[in-house]
Ligand binder design. Structure first.
Ligand SMILES: Cc1ncc(C[n+]2csc(CCOP(=O)(O)OP(=O)(O)O)c2C)c(N)n1
Ligand code: SF4
Ligand SMILES: [Mg+2]
Length: 301
């Protein structure tokens, strides 16, 4: 596990001040990424909230940052990776940092293509479970019963989003890539360890990183990191690594009642005690399956 003292001594590669919301966990994820890899990386970003952290002439990064259209992060990174290879440079990690809307939906085809070719990229989906930058619309990463701008609570709809979320880490692992994992900004050391491990592997690597979003989740600024940790502790965000389809559950959740995490998020404020119990049952069932060695069959909340 990463050494805290060693991290504290490291030079920071991000400057203070961005246009993102205070407490934004996706920005925190970028800071952790810089702590993990230092200067030897090039970040490719797709259109979304993070684009606003480096909008000409402003930037908070000391490392190269390239922004491209929402669907193009993966192929752009492939081009950079091939260019570096042609120059004989093999000590730079090419990282995609793309949102859930970009990765789970709009850019899924090109992402799948890069994984199919096993291009030498570390692809991190910063997953805030919504299309945040355009006003918090539902995305295929949004969990069941969460309220979004396009699944609002009204006189007819009392449930919010009614479609269970897609599981991109599993889908990417099925491309037979060398490394796919889930992580959360609530468990910083775990994320740094996974980034460092992935960067040493040749081929396509994928990490789905849970990042709380203040206006999307309707969470208090000072609770953003706490809620990112609680999503793991409740079992709502399983933490695992899949190496060539071999699964390792790398963190057993405490199974804190889901209500603890749900109550902190305004996007779940409409949930009745019965619906909260329904979520608890879904999460319990998922973990029963995982603990019984049926990871691939388990339906995720
Ligand atoms: C092809 C295309 N469709 C829609 C948009 C509009 N758009 C810009 S940012 C954005 C939100 C992206 O959501 P996500 O990838 O989850 O990143 P987040 O905003 O949450 O950071 C959208 C839909 C676009 N730029 N290009
Ligand atoms: S809307 Fe969400 S993802 Fe976007 S900057 Fe704010 S907290 Fe971060
Ligand atoms: Mg998003």
């Amino acid at each position: 596990m990463v050494n805290v003292k060693e991290l504290a001594k490291q030079e920071e590669h991000m400057t203070g001040g961005t246009f993102a919301c205070s407490g934004c966990q996706a920005v925190y994820g970028l800071r952790l990424l810089q702590m993990a890899l230092g200067k030897k990386m090039i970040i490719v970003n797709s259109a979304g909230c993070m684009t606003l952290t480096a909008t000409y002439p402003y930037t908070c990064y000391k490392t190269p940052w390239l922004f491209n259209a929402i669907e193009n992060a993966a192929p752009t990174a492939t081009g950079i990776e091939k260019g570096l290879k042609a120059q004989g440079k093999d000590d730079v990690t090419v990282v995609c940092y793309a949102g859930d809307g970009a990765s789970y939906e709009i850019g899924f085809g090109p992402l799948s293509g890069a994984a199919y070719r096993n291009d030498n990229i570390l692809y991190i989906c910063y997953n805030n479970f919504n299309y945040a930058n355009t006003g918090h619309q539902v995305s295929p990463a949004t969990q069941e019963f969460a309220r979004t701008k396009t699944t609002p609570i009204g006189t007819k709809n009392k449930l919010g989003n009614i479609i269970p979320r897609k599981n991109l880490a599993k889908l990417m692992a099925l491309h037979d890539i060398p490394y796919a994992a889930t992580a959360s900004t609530g468990y910083q050391h775990d994320f740094i360890d996974k980034v460092r491990k992935a960067s040493k592997i040749k081929g396509f690597k994928f990490i789905d990183l849970l990042c709380a979003c203040e206006p999307g989740w309707l969470v208090k600024t000072h609770e953003m990191n706490k809620v990112s940790k609680l999503m793991v502790d409740t079992g709502m965000w399983p933490m695992y690594e899949i190496e060539k389809k071999k699964v390792t559950i790398n963190m057993k959740p405490l199974m804190t009642p889901v209500e603890t995490a749900l109550k902190m998020q305004g996007r779940y404020a409409h949930l009745t005690p019965e619906l909260i119990q329904k979520v608890q049952k879904l999460v319990n069932k998922e973990w029963e399956m995982i603990n019984a060695g049926k990871f691939w069959e388990a339906d995720e909340y």
